[in-house]
Design a binder for this molecule. Sequence first.
Ligand code: IMP
Length: 415
Amino acid sequence: MKADLIVGIQWGDEGKGKIVDLLAQKYDVVARYQGGHNAGHTIVVDGKTHALHLIPSGILNPKAVNIIGNGVVVSPEALIKEMKQFDHLLGRLFLSESAHMILTFHTLIDQAKEILRGEKAIGTTGRGIGPAYSEKIARAGFRLGELRNVPALTERILEYFIQNKAIFDALEITLPSREALTAELTGFAQELVPFLANTTQMAWKMMDEDKKILLEGAQGTMLDIDHGTYPYVTSSSTISAGACTGLGINPKDIGKVTGIVKAYCTRVGNGPFPTEDHGEIGERLRAQGREFGTTTGRPRRCGWFDAIACRYASRLNGCDDLSIMKLDVLDGFDEIKVCVAYEVNGEIIEHMPLDLEAATPVYKTFAGWDKTEGVRRFEDLPATAQTYLKAIEELTQTKIGMISTSPDRNDTILL
Ligand code: IMP
């Protein structure tokens, strides 16, 4: 059976958590394929709050198997801490032995480089994501499977320290002693080796056995390393294609692709964001949408829905449909705008330019509505909200499959 996929369409934080949590109940396997503990969402089940950064959301479905694929960068320290929230993980959580590790020095490099970038800082989460992926591509990374032989891994890391001494000295990074490193890696190995697996073989076997697999994307399309707003992006392939390399499946293994998108736009970190509103509207969206990062607590930048970016993302991912999140956050606005084109150097364009920084949005204005919060049937939405949603379908050339009208799992309209 083909695997279904959930992908972020904007700059991350679209509310994938709610959808994946909702869907995870129906799947046998939930797999992550990119990103690391830069992602994050909280899920409340039976009054207990769980913070998930690395572990797939299927962990809250006792019957589901959860995979962290080879394309994820794993901080053993962060993962072990996260695992402590759950009992009986063995047999329910599998870690790819070829996933690369984020070690303390990657995190320190990430933070030091951000300071050096000054005003041009990317605004990373400071979790070591970029340095871990850089070293993977430079063929100088360290994989989870190497934890099976701590002495050999320790030697390799110490050798790496010597080769990169000039960089560590310049960034004033203090490196651990052999003893400290061995002790740390031994602790990681004790906790994580029992969970290591050849997750590609696992995924193939499960597909052959007709198990239902959900592929859980992290971050969003506009943060994709190739197709996002480079260099203000994350370091992984956040689009649906990333699931192939990040898990070891082929494009034909992917079935339904659902794009998750907010009814407006947000972004954390720096970089172009054409529809950002620096005034009252942005502030109101932030307050009504509680737009503060779950991983770093940073206030999110907010603005109107960008139909050009969404259409671009939908095509890149091959979205079968869109889930529109947080429609209720737009409740009470007199009018609501949607970006339908960009003006770049005096020219009106309807596609994604290379330099999004130079783009000024061209808006279409829609009438607002009083209340959509808690509505569970499309027919019960105010007429103006229905018009707004139909316009999004037309402008993005993608049908809407689901609409969320509050954080509650049940306040969801299925179309
Ligand atoms: P990094 O992934 O920590 O390297 O950060 C690179 C950029 O991606 C920064 O602008 C971050 O704010 C952004 N980013 C990374 N992860 C997330 C996420 O899960 N949601 C939203 N933005 C993210």
